[in-house]
Design a binder for this molecule. Structure first.
Ligand SMILES: [Zn+2]
Length: 323
């Protein structure tokens, strides 16, 4: 079973059928993401609508290093931050500056989103070499995850995701993942790094970024130019495909896999898989959102059928929220 990936060339040509399919496939997971962060339903609808319109305008600049879902989530994240910031400015009249940032649910949601990994659209590597290094490191990590998944070593996968991506200490991993002691955690990490360094030889056969990769994958990385945690999250190296999430909900995964999926979403806190899971759960329950999606769809169609040049305008990027 494979997950739907749209035909980008047809999207660039503003093909109605393909864009409608995109909307049908992705609206639920996008809506679930924004619904967790924005209380007002009308506002959620606006954010969703702006996301699809932004996706149509920006599709000519689609970066094939990322999945289409990542492209949509990147725009959605920016639209959600814009909305939450406007809300907060209205609430506090701007006079308190950032003082109350974390004081409300929505203020906390902005903080979370801004802290969240950089998405493709806000991606700014310091140099071409760092960019290439990040891509190669992502490949190494993916290879390792794939290998570990195939060997059904889900406990090992959880430990490494906890340490590398979620920033847990050895002690937390030991206590929360039911390992024998902290030395076991250190051993798992040691062997994973060793295997990852072996994998770099195959992935980076020409040795383009061997120094950066070796540095990032050392026991004590110090100040490195390529951050493993950031690459892990940005490239979504351990996100299970959507059909695995569907099987988890249907109760048809065995215990080890189910435990990993739950860990990845709830303990490691992957917001994208959480949105997918919410969407799948919602789909199996109700159709009440249909009317709203139709309205958003009508607006998408209006833009597609307007006389604009394909790809004209482009997705406008907000300033990097971190600066
Ligand atoms: Zn995920």
């Amino acid at each position: 079973m494979s997950d739907y990936e749209p035909d980008i060339a047809r999207l660039i040509e503003r093909d109605d059928t393909e864009w409608l399919r995109v909307q049908r496939e992705y609206q639920g997971r996008l809506y679930s993401f924004v619904r967790r962060r924005v209380r007002d339903r009308d506002a959620c609808e606006d954010v969703l609508q702006e996301t699809f319109l932004g996706a149509i305008r920006g599709i000519a600049g689609f970066d094939p290093r990322y999945s289409f879902e990542q492209y949509l989530f990147g725009i959605l994240r920016n639209r959600t931050i814009d909305h939450l910031r406007r809300q907060r400015a209205l609430q506090f009249g701007g006079q308190f500056g950032g003082q109350f940032a974390g004081d409300t649910d929505e203020g906390a949601a902005i903080e979370d989103l801004v802290r969240e990994e950089q998405t493709p659209l806000t991606l700014r590597e310091r140099s071409d070499l760092d960019q290439r290094g990040s891509e190669l490191l992502a490949e190494v990590l993916r290879e390792w995850v794939q290998e570990t998944w195939t060997e059904r070593e889900f406990r090992r996968l959880m430990v490494i995701e906890a340490l590398f991506s979620a920033g847990w200490r050895n002690r937390d991993a030991w206590e929360q993942l039911g390992l024998r002691d902290q030395t076991t955690v250190a051993g798992v990490k040691f062997r994973a790094l060793k295997r990852m360094r072996e994998l770099t030889a195959a992935v980076d056969a020409r040795g383009e970024c061997s120094a950066q990769l070796a540095e990032s994958l050392s026991e004590e990385p110090g100040q490195v130019s390529i951050d493993v945690a950031q690459v892990w999250r940005r490239f979504r190296v351990s996100c299970p495909a959507r059909h695995w999430l569907a099987r988890r909900l249907a109760g048809s995964l065995d215990a080890g896999m189910a435990e990993f999926v739950d860990f990845h979403i709830d303990a490691a806190g992957c917001p994208w898989c959480a949105a997918n899971r919410d969407d799948l759960a919602q789909r199996s329950r109700e159709n009440e959102l249909e009317a709203m999606f139709e309205r958003v769809g009508a607006s998408t169609m209006r833009l597609l059928r307007s006389r604009g040049e394909p790809g004209a305008g482009g997705e406008k990027l907000p300033p990097d929220p971190i600066s």
